[in-house]
Design a protein around this ligand. Structure first.
Ligand code: SAM
Length: 319
């Protein structure tokens, strides 16, 4: 794979990790195991997000996805969304959540939020609790359907795990048809926080395709991490095969961690200390220059490149 800096002319998606904490404990993620979560006072604050968002807008950020950890655990989540919506009124604002607190959010959705992706690794209540944590999958799925009815662009993320949920692939397709909501199957990525688990339960995208007798349709856009497939039963699903079929050459994602570091790649070890600089009194020009340098130097650190990288949990950087 090419290690040269990736040049980008178009638009970027900013993935904002609003906090690393999560009430779930998925075997491949393990929030808090590698690094202590950023304390509430140290996290990027809504007023800081508003200032950064304007600068990100000038850089070409057209879409913002709030992730974590679990974003809906953050008490001021609405203010965070409002900060981005106020600064970037034309941007698509999306949420990735485990859905446990989605129902309450949908009672009064934050203005500007337009898309919701919910992560569910099993449709079976008991297995769901075993794989993810205490929670009721039926209630989560009902919230996903309600989100769609309310007009949100809605998707379901499933991390496929050998021997744990790979037998449910057809069930997820049946659910997708019934609910008319796209399901995206995700390959396990080895981020270093649960290497043994990842090795034991890795199930490749190619196996998903073969198991479902699927044919490839292609990506909705070049920068979309999911490639669409049509299963033998006619259901269209997405596949994110980050491990075996990395899409780094087309990646248009930037990541802002809860402690305010900007990365051009999930696997980038350090990132640029954006909030550190802001809190030291940097001007917009200085912050903008740091962002531009980071974007110009955006390059892949994918594990297949064997570049230096540390261990992390997806919850640390935002999946
Ligand atoms: N709490 C939210 C959720 O559950 O979706 C947002 C954060 S979570 C880290 C985002 C996504 O990353 C989830 O779909 C999760 O399954 C996925 N994820 C976490 N660790 C992963 C890994 N090692 N490989 C693949 N996907 C992973």
């Amino acid at each position: 794979m090419n290690t040269a800096p990736l040049s980008r002319n178009g638009s970027f998606t900013l993935r904002v990790n609003v906090g690393e904490q999560c009430q779930y404990d998925c075997g491949y993620c393990r929030p808090g195991l590698v690094r202590a979560p950023t304390g509430a006072a140290k996290r990027v604050q809504p007023t800081e997000y508003a200032r950064l968002a304007r600068l990100f807008g000038s850089l070409g950020v057209k879409k913002v996805r709030f992730t974590g950890g679990e974003p809906l655990l953050r008490p001021d989540f609405r203010e965070v969304v409002a900060a981005f919506h106020g600064a970037l009124p034309g941007a698509t604002l999306a949420l990735t959540t485990n859905g446990q607190r989605l129902e309450a959010l949908l009672d009064a959705p934050p203005p500007g939020l337009g898309a919701v992706t919910v992560h569910v690794d099993s449709l079976q209540p008991e297995r769901y609790r075993r794989l993810m944590g205490e929670g009721d999958v039926r209630a989560v799925l009902a919230s996903v359907v309600r989100a769609r009815e309310l007009g949100f662009a809605t998707k379901l993320n499933v991390v496929v795990q050998r021997g744990l949920n790979d037998d449910e692939l057809p069930d997820f397709l049946a659910w997708s048809r019934r609910a008319d909501i796209e399901v995206r199957f995700i390959e396990l990525m080895n981020t270093g926080s649960a290497s043994e688990f990842t090795r034991a339960h890795f199930f490749s995208g190619a196996e998903v395709v073969s198991r479902l007798g699927a044919t490839q349709l292609g990506r909705k856009s070049a920068a979309d991490p999911a490639c669409l497939f049509r299963a033998a039963d006619g259901t269209v699903f997405g596949l994110i095969a980050s491990d075996t079929a990395p899409f780094c050459a087309d990646c248009a994602r930037l990541r802002l961690s809860a402690d305010g570091r900007l990365r051009g790649c999930l696997y980038e070890p350090e990132g640029a200390p954006l909030i550190g600089l802001l809190r030291e009194g940097a001007s917009d020009a200085m912050l903008g220059a740091l962002m531009k340098r980071n974007v110009a130097a955006k390059q892949s650190h994918h594990p297949s490149l064997a570049l230096p990288r540390g261990q992390f949990s997806m919850a640390d950087l935002g999946g």
